[in-house]
Write a new protein. Structure first.
Length: 363
């Protein structure tokens, strides 16, 4: 009898232990799977969508865009929403369903949340490896990915980017270029300094000063998009420097074909205006206006900041329409390093004959 009671107690203890273990296992399984199950069962609706600049008005070329989304969590679970808007252009070819940057937001069950996403003027689509720029024209949010699900049922898809004086320039940068120069503050600051350093305009004995450089003189605003690449002159493409540059641009920007002309903004170039390539090699520079390309190197015999940057604005001035101004000498378009103001002050001087042929050809 005593053994029977002990056996019964042992059986009861084992039953309790097994029940406890099964309960813990059930809780563990539920706990491990609940987050994924909740995310899978969560449903988000887009109730509002708009695209403006940071001031809330119609964006202009060169400005940062602000995408405003209002989403509602219509499920019974509070969850994170991973959001990726996709944008397409009505103007530029191959600019379709481009993925913008990903953002993550927590939205409680049954609640609505406003989300703001800042993008542009340049885009890198990580899923395709392609680069784009928001040039002038009509665009539309083609869809929005929420937790990897495509959402297309929303209003106000279309938005416009108005024209401005901005010029959007991809720059293919050979890392050896800056290593040769005395500049150590990065390529973007170097380029901005070159195009906004003081220039003067000579006209029949009178000098007019433009403290903010070529950009101020031409009423334009360069916005640069540097991409570190191989030395353009090492590219296997046959032909001259510009031919190598347009082939390298196809690879680096993800274009469907080589960078294209003619003069002005070409719709095949992903929204960019003209192409710049920088090389460590000593040759000065070259501009190919018919395809909107400049390739600029250095002069090993003069690696000063003044000489290197005057090469840049000289070649860009060709793309803006200026020819060489020979037989005149000592101006930006014809041996600008010989001018007394350059020698004494490092000031670049344009002749009015050049300025009169220059204009912003990009839209």
């Amino acid at each position: 009898m005593k053994n029977l009671k002990n056996t019964k107690r042992l059986y009861q203890r084992r039953s309790i232990l097994i029940s406890s273990l099964l309960g813990c296992l059930f809780i563990l399984i539920i706990g491990c799977s609940s987050k994924e199950d909740n995310i899978a069962s969560a449903k988000f609706d887009i109730t509002e969508l708009s695209v403006t600049n940071l001031n809330g008005t119609t964006p202009k070329k060169g400005e940062t865009l602000k995408i405003q989304l209002t989403i509602k969590n219509t499920s019974g679970n509070s969850n994170e929403a991973t959001i990726i808007p996709l944008v397409s252009s009505s103007r530029f070819s191959d600019f379709k369903d481009v993925k913008l940057k990903k953002t993550v937001h927590f939205v409680p069950a049954g609640e609505t949340k406003k989300i703001f996403i800042e993008v542009g003027p340049f885009i890198f689509d990580e899923s395709t490896g392609k680069h784009f720029a928001f040039g002038r024209g009509e665009y539309y949010i083609s869809s929005v990915m929420i937790n990897e699900k495509i959402e297309k049922d929303f209003l106000e898809k279309v938005f416009n980017i108005e024209s401005s004086n901005a010029i959007l320039v991809p720059v293919l940068v050979d890392p050896g270029y800056l290593k040769k120069l005395v500049w150590r503050n990065g390529i973007k600051a170097y380029l901005e300094n070159a195009f906004t350093r003081k220039v003067e305009l000579y006209d029949n004995g009178t000098y007019t000063e433009y403290p903010n450089g070529l950009d101020e003189m031409m009423d334009i605003k360069h916005i640069f998009y540097p991409i570190e690449t191989q030395n353009v002159l090492d590219h296997s493409q046959e032909g001259g420097k510009c031919e190598k540059a347009i082939a390298l641009a196809k690879e680096e920007l993800g274009l469907l074909s080589d960078w294209k002309g003619p003069v002005g903004t070409n719709t095949a170039n992903h929204g960019f205006d003209y192409l710049m390539a920088l090389s460590r090699d000593s040759f000065g520079g070259v501009a190919c206006g018919w395809i909107n390309v400049q390739v600029t190197g250095v002069f090993d015999f003069d690696l000063s900041l003044e000489r290197s940057q005057i090469l840049l604005i000289h070649e860009t001035s060709h793309l803006l329409g200026a020819p060489h101004c020979d037989p005149l000498q000592s101006y930006v378009m014809c041996a600008g390093e010989k001018h007394k103001k350059y020698i004494d002050e490092g000031t670049y001087v344009y002749n009015i004959a050049s300025k009169n042929q220059m204009s912003n050809r990009f839209d």
